[in-house]
Design a binder for this molecule. Structure first.
Ligand code: GLY
Length: 398
């Protein structure tokens, strides 16, 4: 596969004063949201730029810890604590982590590959930052639960649903790359090879089948769970099956780079580079993608700023593992330019104007869910991006 040089963006990097001001504004919003929500969880996205309590569903009450996005709030609290040293932020983060411990022990809403997102940013982060033993054992339980979704002989972790659900059987999605670090961590902690083996096999299957010849990606891909035969790509949240969903491509940059760092297979590094090249070549003039990369300058389709924030973190991670120094410098420069555009053009004019740190994201446009709103993951990755730029030695939670 060819890797052509991406088209240069137009934005310059933010100055350290602009980055510090962006961090101060973001942390002010994180603090205000603690006062608003306490130990209850907000919804996946804002509604008219305001977070509301997470709706009740499946026997879990309003504001309860369910779904795949609650840990992004926890991750933001850990980041904000690391940035400020404020004990109130630490206590709020640890309070969330305790609820994640309860969630896994009580077996509440665990039928998802997103246990990786959920437990990496809550209890694994708690353990990494404080050495908390209860958080460590809950993280191992979550990793063990995630392993139940590993399908032989396909060698993949099924993404969604009950394993017997025929609509979801044998299906995985590019986002799943971000769930692998929980298994990698569990492998390191337990010394059990089954975790790292699953990471190696799952990432190899995605590299082989979810990536297309032109370096774009399918959002989801089906395998025959009984024979292991790869079947077909399909979208869930993109414009159409053959389109390239912007956030999926960003998950690919970050996910392939992180998994390359632990698996050591050069083909995963190449996959991350290919995702990055394609993503960067399809950015509009202000460096923030439309929600699907089929749209380009001149379109009035909504942007997905969350995909941009994920890509910033992914490009900076790719730069860390990149073996070619010139390319590493290029990934870093492009990441800084995208972040500068987010700071300048996609944040509230004043923190009190919105509960979101980052405006103008899209959750699921085909289902008209969270279009042109703030999102918990967009907020988290924006703050992670700011942390990575302000403190290049920051130790990631993944
Ligand atoms: N992982 C689900 C999403 O990115 O919308």
């Amino acid at each position: 596969m060819t890797s052509t040089s991406p088209v240069q963006g137009t934005s310059a990097a933010a100055s350290s004063r602009e980055t510090d001001a962006a961090i101060a504004a973001a942390v002010a919003t994180v603090r205000r949201n603690i006062e608003t929500f306490g130990g209850s969880f907000p919804g996946d996205t804002t509604v008219d730029d305001r977070y509301e309590l997470r709706p009740a569903e499946g026997g879990i009450g309003e504001g309860g810890n369910r779904g795949w996005t609650t840990s992004f709030r926890t991750g933001m609290l850990w980041l904000a604590w690391e940035l400020t040293g404020d004990a109130a932020l630490h206590d709020a983060a640890l309070g969330d982590a305790r609820d994640f411990e309860r969630r896994v022990r009580e077996g509440e809403d665990l039928d998802t590959h997103d246990l990786g997102f959920l437990y990496t940013l809550s209890t694994v982060a708690a353990w990494r930052l404080t050495g908390d033993e209860a958080a460590r054992s809950a993280s191992l339980l979550a990793a063990d639960h995630l392993m139940r979704r590993f399908l032989e002989p396909a060698g993949i972790i099924q993404a969604w649903g009950d394993l017997s659900d025929p609509a979801q059987r044998g299906r995985t999605i590019i986002d799943s790359l971000m769930n692998m670090p929980l298994l990698t961590w569990a492998g390191e902690q337990s010394g059990e090879g089954r975790f790292t083996d699953a990471v190696r096999r799952h990432t190899a299957q995605l590299r082989e089948h979810i990536m297309r010849e032109d370096d774009s990606t399918f959002h989801t891909f089906y395998w025959n769970a009984e024979t292991g035969e790869p079947l077909r790509g399909a979208t869930e949240q993109g414009a159409f099956d053959e389109s390239c969903w912007a956030r999926g491509q960003a998950w690919g940059i970050y996910g392939f780079a992180m998994n390359y760092a632990v698996v050591g297979d050069d083909r995963l590094l190449e996959a991350s580079r290919r995702c990055a090249d394609y993503f960067l070549r399809h950015l509009p003039a202000d460096d923030v993608p439309f929600w699907d990369l089929v749209y380009t300058d001149g379109s009035d389709a909504p942007r997905d700023s969350s995909a941009a924030a994920i890509a910033v973190c992914g490009l900076l991670e790719l730069a860390k593992v990149e073996s070619d120094a010139a390319r590493a410098a290029e990934w870093t420069a492009r990441a800084h330019a995208i972040l500068a555009s987010l700071i300048a053009n996609y944040t509230p004019a004043a923190p009190e104007d919105s509960d979101a740190l980052l405006l103008h994201s899209v959750y699921d446009l085909p289902k008209d869910n969270g279009v042109d709103e703030g999102t918990l993951w967009g907020d988290y990755f924006y703050l992670e991006a700011l942390m990575r730029v302000a403190r290049p030695d920051w130790r990631k939670y993944w």
